[in-house]
Design a protein around this ligand. Structure first.
Ligand code: NAP
Length: 277
């Protein structure tokens, strides 16, 4: 009998059936002929601590984390990267040989990689960014834009207090704009991002007047179902280049796969097709 250990990884959350991560990692495992498995795990909040202790003993090398555990895992991890601490949540856990849990957040690098891959001449330093929304995903986007050297981030959110909280966490580069006057912050913005869930299947549209949006702005949406949201379509009609949110989901998965299975995977059209199927 072989004593070769087959690495296991997965995604923990609740509900978990909708997660595209198994299709994503499953495609890479098959493409690269890696012996390993990636499994969706439905985990209730009250079981989280026990599960994180048990998974390494069961042969798991790590997991992705989704709603509702992204914040709670920070409390339970033995080490937390600076960026995960700053963002306030983790999406990737690595289980070390001794069973300790290392937590990271790769959403921000997924966001940046997606823009760089689709628009290689995109320059975060070209001018101000305008970010719509101040939830968990916005925190990752803002942290990555600041790291990438953006000069100013104009931020708006339906609940203003949440945007103000981001300003106090991320500093004076953040300028908070009123939700009802959000269209005004688009003037001169070079990178425009929707981080709200508006525009997603089953959700209302994101309705921001785009009159001030200039042609040279790059516009992206974190929503990827549908792939082209009404917001992106309206930006395209104004002549802007747009990038959909699916690539962010694909790129945020790269560091975890590399750590767990020992090779850096490619984000390409075949992966997009596998995840959309
Ligand atoms: P979240 O923490 O719940 O934040 C939701 C955001 O949407 C908040 O800014 C919220 O505003 C706003 N919002 C929701 N309903 C609204 C409405 N009816 N009117 C105005 N604003 C509304 O969620 P999240 O984790 O940040 O995720 C946000 C979106 O990003 C989701 O669609 C998620 O699927 C997507 N996402 C995509 C990726 C990717 O890889 N592409 C990664 C992460 C997230 P309030 O603060 O006023 O409630």
């Amino acid at each position: 009998m072989s004593s070769e250990k087959i690495p296991l990884a997965g995604v923990i959350g609740s509900p978990i059936a909708h997660s595209r991560s198994p299709a994503l990692h499953g495609h890479w495992l098959k493409t690269y002929g890696i012996k390993g498995h990636y499994i969706p795990l439905e985990i209730a909040h009250q079981d989280l601590a026990e599960v994180l202790k048990a998974l390494p003993k069961m042969g798991f090398v790590g997991v992705n984390v989704t709603i509702p555990h992204k914040e709670a895992v920070l409390e339970l991890a033995d080490q937390v990267t600076d960026r995960a601490a700053l963002i306030g949540s983790a999406n990737t856990l690595i289980f070390r040989e001794d069973g300790s849990v290392h937590a990271d957040n790769t959403d921000g690098c997924g966001f940046l990689q997606n823009l760089h891959q689709n628009l290689p001449d995109w320059d975060p330093k070209a001018g101000p960014a305008a970010v719509v929304g101040a939830g968990g995903a916005a925190r990752a986007v803002i942290a990555s834009l600041i790291e990438a050297g953006v000069s100013e981030i104009r931020l708006t959110n339906r609940t203003r207090a949440r945007a103000e909280a981001l300003r106090s966490d991320f500093g004076p580069k953040i300028v908070v704009h009123e939700w009802v006057q959000a269209g005004g912050m688009l003037e001169g913005a070079k990178t425009v991002v929707n981080t709200t869930s508006l525009g997603m299947v089953g959700q209302p549209e994101l309705k921001i007047p785009l009159d001030a949006l200039e042609k040279d702005a790059v516009v992206t949406d974190l929503v990827y179902a549908p792939l082209i949201t009404d917001f992106l379509r309206a930006a395209q009609e104004r002549g802007c280049r747009t990038v959909d949110g699916l690539g962010m989901l694909l790129h945020q998965a790269v560091p975890g796969f590399e750590r767990w299975f020992g090779m850096r995977p490619e984000v390409d059209d075949a992966l997009r097709r596998a995840v959309l199927a």
